[in-house]
Ligand binder design. Structure first.
Ligand code: PBG
Length: 322
């Protein structure tokens, strides 16, 4: 019997393939991560992340200006402190690099959506995401510090705060603090299903945030778990999260799909530093096609059920999408 159905019929021409395409990547899906620090005229390339830099307030304004021209409309900021201490005080200092950058970006680009990462690991001397007691992060006292950081970001003008620490109860604590401070309109994008992943390696160079002892397995999730991701997402939604994130993205697209099928809410996925650097290493070795690879990675992340994609490829992808 010769087949009646021939799927190849709809693949014959580019116009036809365009018409039956299910997933369309759009510039408005992209969020561009940026690292900011103190100083002036700073643009330090991050060796393990080609084409990414640590910026000072003035140079990040230039960078975002170029990204804006290319069609990028949203950024997420990570900060490096001038000095670190036990409790990461600079995380909630109104004059720290993130807060100053938020103010400068909002002033220069009022239409830009500014998201801030809320965490302690860049700011603590021990490199963990909260305060330490008995060699582990002490959950409940950390919530007050995260809340102070979130309120400080909102005061600077952030549109969305994104807690990435993985403490229990932090979304609820941050929501309450924002509301009490008069920021009930500021949204929370929760790093809800965040795994203890080797894919964050290059980021820790970029943000100088490697833990000085142990690892993050007592607060970030075990890569072997999937049901637990749904529990984390459910708790964050109950506590008031507006957007939930899965992180990393590429090796975790089954998690994205389960989250999207279970909860009909906006889902973000973080195409993290290690995923970016693997692609760039392949490109630099001449092993893979740069442009096709970037668009394929991002399209597939979206196909899995992602609404918003945090990616270091944001500027290039925006250029490619035209
Ligand atoms: C801070 C934080 C990390 C990332 C985002 N926020 C690092 C970590 O948890 O160790 C990783 C982002 C990336 O790898 O691109 N907690």
């Amino acid at each position: 019997m010769f087949p009646t159905n021939r799927p190849r019929r709809l693949r014959r021409t580019g116009v036809l393939r365009d018409m039956v395409r299910e997933t369309r990547l759009d510039k408005s899906d992209l969020i561009y991560p940026l690292f900011v620090r103190h100083g002036k005229g700073v643009k330090n390339e991050i060796m393990s992340m080609p084409g990414n830099y640590q910026f000072s307030v003035d140079t990040v304004v230039d960078e975002v200006g170029q990204a804006w021209e290319e069609g990028v409309r949203s950024v997420i900021l990570f900060g490096l402190p001038e000095a670190k201490d036990d409790i990461g005080s600079e995380a909630f200092d109104d004059e720290a690099a993130v807060q100053m950058s938020v103010r400068a970006l909002k002033e220069n680009y009022p239409g830009l959506l500014v998201i801030t990462d809320v965490c302690m690991c860049e700011y603590t001397s021990h490199g963990h995401c909260g305060v330490i007691k008995d060699n582990d992060v002490d959950n409940d006292p950390t919530l007050a510090l995260l809340s102070k950081a979130a309120v400080s970001h909102a005061r600077a003008g952030a549109d969305i705060v994104a807690p990435s620490d993985m403490m229990d109860g932090r979304v609820g604590a941050i929501r309450t603090s924002l509301d009490e401070a008069g920021f009930s309109d500021i949204a929370i994008m929760a790093y809800a299903a965040k795994y203890a992943s080797a894919f964050y390696g290059p980021f820790r160079d970029a943000a100088d945030s490697a833990p000085q002892f142990g690892d993050r397995s007592s607060y970030q999730m075990d890569p072997a778990n999937s049901d637990e991701a749904l529990t984390e997402v459910q708790l964050d939604l109950e506590e008031g999260a507006d957007i939930v994130m899965v992180k990393p993205a590429m090796a975790y697209l089954d998690i994205v799909r389960r989250v999207k099928d279970t909860f009909q809410v906006p889902v973000a996925a973080y195409n993290v530093s290690g995923e970016f650097s693997m692609v760039m290493a392949g490109v630099q070795n001449g092993w893979i096609d740069r442009e096709r690879m970037i668009l394929e990675v991002l399209t597939c992340i979206k196909r899995a059920g992602t609404d918003l994609i945090l990616t270091y490829h944001a500027r290039e992808a925006a250029r490619l999408l035209g």
